[in-house]
Design a protein around this ligand. Sequence first.
Ligand code: MTE
Ligand code: MO
Length: 395
Amino acid sequence: MGYFALLLGTDIVFGEHMSADYLPLGLQAPDPFELYNKNKEMVLLNDRPLNMEAQAHLLDDDITPESKMFIRNNGLVPENIKPLTWTLTIDGESVRKKKTYTLEELKSKFKHHTYQLTLECGGNGRSEFDPPAKGNQWTIGAVHCAEWTGVRLRDVLEDAGVKNDAVYIGYHAIDEHLSHDPDKEPISRGCPMSKAFQDETLLAFQMNGKDIPLAHGFPLRLVAGGWPASVSGKWINRISIRNKVHDGTKMKGSAYRVPCEPVAPGKKVKDENMCIIESMPVKSLITYPKTGAMLSKGKSLKIRGHAWAGESEVTKMEYSIDFGATWKSCRLSEPANRLAWQHFDAEIRFPKSGYYEIWAKATDAEGTAQPMVLPGWNPKGYLNNACHRIAVKIK
Ligand SMILES: Nc1nc2c(c(=O)[nH]1)N[C@H]1C(S)=C(S)[C@@H](COP(=O)(O)O)O[C@H]1N2
Ligand SMILES: [Mo]
């Protein structure tokens, strides 16, 4: 008992009634679902660093609410953030004049813009690769499309001044490395100037009409829709305008890179033959019904879901109930804005009772479709955009 009291920093009154194997609530780690307002059906992959994903049926909303957004952290979630004294510095080899802004200055000086943006972790779908790839074993739930409000990164960069030799931007954030070493950054990635200068690339301070939730980057986050979500730095306080490809943590080696040319499964690939992932590939999810649904015979079934295609747009959405032998079209919506996911639905009639699978396949504006089997194996297990499938029974 003395030991617990020491940890709690005070006496445990009536502690003599506690059973020997009882851990006082005050010493239990906080429940991440409660701490971060997450739906109880979210799946925790890791608690240090915290990584949590959705299931397909949880992603049914047109705009993903906080409770159903996956969390991907490389380090520790910052604590005690003080938005009033928060600053963002623009520096680097290619800035004309290094400049620092308070949050208030960013908000009052630049025009506000709101976009729905699809953010998918580069490793979403990793769990299916064989031979397996190390890292979080995401299934299909590391994607969301929330509505972000902020100022254009371009407006802020131009205010500080961008030199002609600018190539890339790199973000820096305040989250702590797992080792607690202050000289190490958990992650510091970025994007070429062309992506940094797009209309939809924001320095966001709001998500779904409110302050950004802590786990998703409060009080300031970079959002670059359609690219691996690792480009969208959370809790950022510095952006460097670089005269070369940014060389921060997780930019080099094999991180967020795939072989420049396809390789056989399991093959070792030299770092110099790995290329940085830019636009994410075309993909879709059936969000209704939930896989395993039981339906009664004679009734038709309305399926629905979302489809997205990185920098491109989804132009065709199809489903199959005969294991890919034939495909029928779904109704497909226009995106709310560029880089937002699109919604699809279809009404399906089943010829007789029994077990079925519903497969969904999206095609982008370039004519590239999702593969029905696993796409190109790569050492880190990125970019799995195979068709989503659900099972239904008709009785
Ligand atoms: N500062 C910081 N930004 C970060 C990360 C991080 O660990 N620290 N993780 C990145 C990765 S790998 C992903 S997939 C997304 C996840 O965003 P989310 O947690 O809001 O879903 O944030 C990115 N931004
Ligand atoms: Mo990620």
